[in-house]
Design a protein around this ligand. Structure first.
Ligand code: IMP
Ligand code: MG
Length: 189
């Protein structure tokens, strides 16, 4: 599902304050089409029961906003926040919960929405914490998956794109809090 890399246009430099990106990896239109498809899949996967879409902050905020508008059944939205990489570009292995969802999880179908799965450490820890709250089901919807970086994940049922082994920014993904607002996903220099 990866679309061809192409040179980043000069108008992008306005958005980044002149900081160069290597290339656009997924164009806004490509992301939009895939998010519509994921919304259709999630709609079909949950014919009954209460559905709670749980966004992992901050990286999922744009993806989640677009995704829930493509899900054509009743649902509720909440968020949780886990610690991030800080200024680095590799996983530290430590995951701390900074914000806990207020909504009850018990008896509900939970779709945990993540921007990108890398080592899978974040998800592994969160899945353990959330399972203990006895949801009816718990699955993960990740926009991007660096699938070579982690063993297979039964809970990872919905994936937007297989991600290349690069550090990606845009459409919610950051580097040191920058670039989240880009409408496309790019490869950092
Ligand atoms: P994991 O715990 O190693 O799977 O890392 C997952 C988290 O690391 C994601 O939720 C992102 O916040 C961050 N991350 C991993 N790879 C990237 C990337 O290429 N760009 C931006 N953030 C990333
Ligand atoms: Mg994240």
């Amino acid at each position: 599902m990866r679309c061809g890399s192409m040179p980043v246009q000069s108008e992008t430099l306005r958005r980044t304050g002149g900081r160069s990106l290597r290339s656009i990896v997924f164009e806004a239109e490509t992301i939009g089409a895939r998010v519509r498809e994921l919304g259709r899949q999630i709609t079909e996967a949950y014919p009954d029961g209460e559905l709670l879409v749980l966004g992992l902050l901050k990286g999922s905020f744009i993806f989640l906003g677009d995704l829930v508008r493509q899900i054509e059944r009743p649902l509720q939205v909440d968020f949780l926040a886990a610690s991030s990489y800080g200024r680095g570009t590799t996983s530290s292995g430590e995951v701390a919960l900074l914000y806990d969802p207020e909504t009850t999880l018990e008896g509900k179908h939970i779709v945990l929405v993540e921007d990108i799965v890398d080592s899978g450490n974040t998800l592994r820890k969160l899945i353990g914490m959330l399972e203990s709250r006895r949801p009816r089901s718990l699955t993960v919807c990740a926009l991007l998956d660096k699938e070579e970086q982690h063993p297979s994940f039964p809970a990872l049922r919905f994936v937007g794109f297989k991600a290349p082994p690069a550090f990606l920014v845009g459409y919610g993904l950051d580097h040191a809090e920058d670039f989240r607002h880009l409408p496309f996903i790019a490869d950092l220099m």
